[in-house]
Structures are given as C-alpha cells and as structure tokens.
Design a protein around this ligand. Structure first.
Ligand code: ADP
Length: 327
C-alpha cells in the first residue's frame, strides 16, 4: 500500500466501556538547573480503548515522546493521572516493577538501538515470553519462531543477529519481542520514522493488524499524518504540549478544523508534487519553557484574530480554537 491509497482497515471491535488507557490533565516537565522548567506535556487528556488504534500526531518537539514515556512510566507525571486498565500508574508501581505494567509495551523509533547487537533475535524475543510468564501467564507453547512468523519473518531467523537484518526487519523483530510479552497496550513512539517509505506503511499496517487481532490497544505516535491516517481509528493532534484537535480519522482528514491540523495536512506532499491545501506554516515550534501567551499556536496561525494572544482555548467538541467558540 502506498501513502496515497485509501486505507483498507481491518474491522475494529466495538470499544469496551472502560478505557484501557486513560490520561487526565497530564503535565510532564523537565527541569534544568538555572532555567525555567520545560512543560513538555502541558495538560493532556486522552483515552485508548481495547482494540482501538489512536494516532498521536504533531511536529517534532510537541511533546509526543514525553507523553509516551510517561504512559510507560519512564518519565514521572508532575500533575494529572495516567490509569491503565482502571488502575493509576504511580511512581511506586513503576519503582516496584509491578508486573501488570508490562502489559504496556513500547516500540521505539530506533530499531538499531533498541535491540542488543550481541544477542540472537530468538533470545531477545524469548525475553518477551518470559515477561508474560513473570505475570503468571501459563506457557501456551508459543515460541520465538511463532512470533517471528507473525511479524512476517521466518522461523529460521531466530538464530541470526540484529545486524543481519534491514531497518524494517529489525523493527519487525522489536514488534515481535513486544508482542511476545502479551501486551494489552502497544505504544509506538515514531516506530516508522527511521524506515524507508515502503517499509513505513508496511510496518505501520502490521502494527495495526497485530494490535487489533490480539484485542490490544495501540497508541501510534508519528509526525506524519499521512501514515497515521492509514492505520488510526482516531487521531489526536498535539501542539506544544496540548491536544488541539481530536476525532475519528476520516472526519479529521476530510474536515480538519484547527488551523494547525489544516497546516499539517497542507504540508503532506501529493503525488503531483503539490501540497493538499494552499497553506504554509511559518516558523518552528516555540520553546515549551516559554510558551506564547493565549493560544499557544497564535504566533504561527494564519487565522489568528483579536484575543487569540490573550485567551487560551480549551478543547471543546474535539477542537481547541477560538474560531469555533468566540462569539
Ligand atoms: P516530540 O516527541 O513531539 O518530538 P519531545 O517529547 O521529545 O517531543 O520533546 C518535547 C519538548 O521537551 C522539547 O522542547 C524537548 O526539547 C524537551 N525535552 C525532551 N526531552 C527532554 C529532556 N530529557 N530534558 C529537557 N528537555 C527535554
């Protein structure tokens, strides 16, 4: 599948009543000596349900990785809550290595760095199987070879080393290792951005089908809306530490409302070389240690009007923009 084709998504089971992942008013900040703290995540609420694929998109520096790391307990929350399966993810549970938290598995951007070059891939996937066993899940006889086959590699690859594989194949191995731990939630933090274009859509669609098949949720993070659109049921657009728009993928794609979402869409190159919409996004993401007043997007917004530099819009009916709320 190429990035310009209409996606053919696997059917999604009806969302369950309790969200698998529930993030409420999350704030995550970094401290540097002598400097203002950087609020990389500045009040985010987001849910992922079992069997649902949520795509989190935004330019580099918007706080997507920080959010992913907080979900996995790798970076502590300053304020707000993260609950997995109805139970808060607390620093204590993380410190004590609560086995339940291994039901959240992360696939990172760099398939070179995330695998150990000195261990055979089968041994590394066996680590995932042991993680599931550590939660008391009885062995069902699944082997590393089985997981390799599920990600489109061959059973014979188990005895080989990571450097014998391409980037896309290594990412499949990382996915096999994550799957072997029987996650209920998979978090992909830019899992395709280091891959070439053809491997990108293959790995993204593979992650979707494996998550949906196993009934897990998938939080798929990418700066590339054209890839997220192929696999996500729902999209959340992040800008400077906040969610600025969220909704079902088809709706956001067909009718982007926030000027930032429109700009992200406009930036997607089309097969004929032209942009999708006639709009340009000037400048870079500002420093989150000193965010702009009012709406954080207003200095770059082509549609900013009186008051956008003073009033900070809330997310209302899926969009945080005064165009839709100002009288
Ligand atoms: P994204 O994943 O969207 O590119 P990140 O979460 O990596 O965004 O970064 C969000 C902001 O937090 C950026 O301004 C980045 O410079 C800052 N940041 C990320 N990690 C750290 C860190 N360890 N220490 C200080 N600042 C950080």
């Amino acid at each position: 599948m190429t990035l310009h084709q209409t996606p053919h998504l696997t059917p999604v089971p009806a969302p369950g009543p309790t969200p698998l992942l529930s993030i409420e008013d999350l704030v995550v900040q970094y401290r540097r000596p002598g400097a203002e703290p950087t609020r990389a995540v500045a009040g985010v609420s987001l849910e992922v349900r079992a069997g649902e694929v949520v795509g989190l998109v935004g330019e580099s520096g918007c706080g997507k990785s920080t959010l992913a790391r907080a979900v996995c307990g790798l970076t502590p929350a300053k304020e707000g809550t993260i609950a997995f399966d109805g139970t808060p993810v607390t620093p204590l549970r993380v410190r004590r290595r609560d086995p339940e938290l291994t039901r959240v598995q992360m696939v990172f951007q760099d398939p070179y760095g995330s695998l150990n070059p000195r261990r055979r891939v089968g041994t590394q996937i066996a680590d995932g199987i042991r993680t599931a066993a550590g939660r008391g899940e009885g062995p069902d006889g699944a082997t590393p070879e089985d997981f390799l086959t599920r990600v489109g590699l061959s059973a014979g690859d188990a005895g080989r080393y990571p450097q014998e594989f391409s980037g896309g194949q290594r990412q499949r191995i990382a996915i096999a290792r994550a799957l072997a731990a029987r996650p209920r939630l998979l978090v992909g933090d830019e899992p395709i951005s280091a891959l070439d274009a053809s491997a990108q859509s293959q790995v993204a669609t593979l992650m979707r089908s494996l998550a949906v098949e196993s009934g897990a949720g998938l939080l798929f993070i990418s700066h590339d809306l054209s890839v997220v659109r192929l696999i996500a049921d729902r999209i959340a657009v992040m800008y400077l530490g906040r969610i600025v728009e969220t909704g079902p993928t088809a709706e956001v794609w067909a009718n982007p409302r926030h000027p930032y979402t429109r700009a992200l869409l406009a930036a997607i190159p089309q097969p004929d070389g032209a942009g999708r919409l006639p709009a340009e996004l000037p400048g870079d993401v500002p420093d989150p240690a000193a965010p702009p007043s009012g709406c954080r997007f207003h200095p770059r917004c082509p549609l900013a009007f009186d008051g956008c530099d003073r009033e900070d819009p809330h997310l209302i009916a899926g969009v945080a923009c005064r165009l839709y709320t100002a009288a």
